[in-house]
Design a protein around this ligand. Structure first.
Ligand code: GLY
Ligand code: MN
Ligand code: MN
Length: 435
């Protein structure tokens, strides 16, 4: 017997243990039409892929827990005619073999088989509320099983959101996930270096975006993990700026928030640098404050600190910096207490990172921020966004800076996955001067 399990099989086994009794039904994502006959580039459902490694559309994972646990896949049948047009499909037999399922069936048999499999199961584990069409289909199937009550067959009484179990599992990255995330981070760091080497006054933001995408793609990362933000000058003060169509001006900063997806895992890096390769004194003053805030936050991202420790560490440095720059007045404690810093720093310092760029995982347990533990992956991304205002020194107007790295908590502290993207003033100016 083959006892060595793939990471996907190991995760299925763990989920089956956590379920104890019942049936789990986890569909992958649907294909989505863009317009006419075009579809958006297909992206599997993260939970489905986490448990299967299977990236074809029209597939459903079914797990039956209990004394004889079973993992089943429903997927598209082989279809040589369709494969001529759309490419390879595994089909149930090859999929069962290759992805380690106990059984695999054509997706067309899903309803019929589920009606049997749901019978006499005490609980249904399903992502209820995620997709209305699936909700309707699954609840209708459960209704059909309920209608068999007189023949002694019971439908699952309990419906549990399977995502509750999965988000806790996904929060702790295993070795397989970390090796993919390191690769995604390294490719994204190369893309940021390339952007720094390429950028000149007079270019358009989309030209720099093209360099990022080129570097992602040439390393096999075909898609960004989210729409790249390439924001010159004042555009950097729009947190979710994605137009990327303005011309870059001599003397402005360029903020790039871009990361690729590799094998279903996201990276998420932000760097800011001067379009002409040299920080002005005012830009440098603000940049050094954000960088110091980020260093303090990364230092606080370690086991046994709570989730908000990095944020609080960044806030103290930013508050002092904003006082020094005459953006805020009073003491650090007063700035934190009054939240006057929020005019210039209005977001939090990070989020969980994984298959989704804003990954799943609870931030609080009950009323308390949760404790950081080895295997958790997060971003650390303080910033400062200064819009023109009468009470703001004019030299600082329209400066928008964010510095973002991807960090994994380790037993000793943390591992920064994205350190290859230059970040100090000297590193950035040095790289841009060479190019
Ligand atoms: N790029 C999305 C974020 O930084 O949260
Ligand atoms: Mn982020
Ligand atoms: Mn980002």
């Amino acid at each position: 017997m083959n006892i060595i399990q793939t990471p996907y099989e190991q995760r299925r086994t763990r989920l089956l243990e956590k379920m104890r009794r019942g049936i789990a039904i986890i569909p992958t994502a649907p294909e989505v039409a863009r317009n006419g006959d075009s579809h958006y580039s297909y992206r599997h459902d993260s939970n489905f892929y986490y448990l299967s490694g299977f990236s074809e559309p029209e597939a459903v994972l079914v797990l039956v827990a209990g004394s004889e646990p079973q993992a089943m896949l429903f997927c598209r049948e082989k279809n040589l005619e369709r494969e001529i047009w759309d490419g390879h499909r595994f089909g149930p037999d090859a999929a069962r073999e290759q992805f380690g399922f106990d059984a695999a069936y054509p997706i067309a048999q899903l309803d019929e088989k589920l009606a049997g499999l749901m019978g006499n199961q005490p609980a249904l584990f399903y992502p209820l509320g995620h997709d209305a069409a699936w909700d309707q289909r699954i609840l209708k199937l459960r209704g059909a099983v309920q209608a068999k009550a007189r023949s002694g067959i019971r439908a699952p009484d309990e419906i549990c959101d399977v995502r509750t179990l999965l988000r806790e599992m996904r929060l702790f990255k295993d070795g397989h996930e970390l090796s993919i995330m390191r690769r995604a981070a390294a490719i994204s760091a190369r893309a940021h270096r390339r952007a720094m080497q390429f950028t000149r006054p007079g270019q358009f933001e989309y030209e720099v975006e093209a360099e990022l995408l080129h570097e992602f793609c040439r390393h096999g990362a075909r898609h960004p993990a989210y729409t790249s933000i390439v924001a010159g000058g004042a555009n950097a003060c729009v947190l979710h700026y994605i137009e990327n169509d303005a011309q870059l001006k001599d003397g402005d900063l360029l903020l790039i928030d871009a990361g690729c997806e590799v094998d279903g895992y996201a990276s998420d890096i932000t760097r800011c640098f001067p379009v002409n390769g040299r920080f002005s004194p005012a830009q440098k003053d603000v940049y050094e404050i954000v960088l110091a805030a980020q260093s303090a936050a990364i230092a606080a991202a370690r086991p046994d600190n709570t989730w908000d420790a990095p944020h609080n560490a960044a806030l103290r440095v930013l508050a002092q910096g904003f006082i020094d720059l005459k953006l805020c007045c009073g003491s650090v404690d007063a700035v934190l207490e009054s939240e006057s810093y929020k005019k210039f720093y209005m977001h939090r310092t990070g989020h969980w990172l994984g298959m989704d760029v804003h990954d799943v995982g609870d931030y609080k347990i009950g009323d308390n921020w949760r404790t950081l533990q080895p295997g958790m992956a997060l971003t650390v991304e303080p910033g400062c966004y200064i819009r023109p205002a009468d009470d703001v020194p004019q030299a600082l107007w329209d400066i928008g800076i964010r510095i973002e790295d991807d960090v994994v908590i380790t037993a000793q502290g943390n591992e920064v996955l994205t350190g290859a993207a230059p970040k100090s003033v000297a590193q950035i100016e040095g790289l841009m001067m060479q190019s």
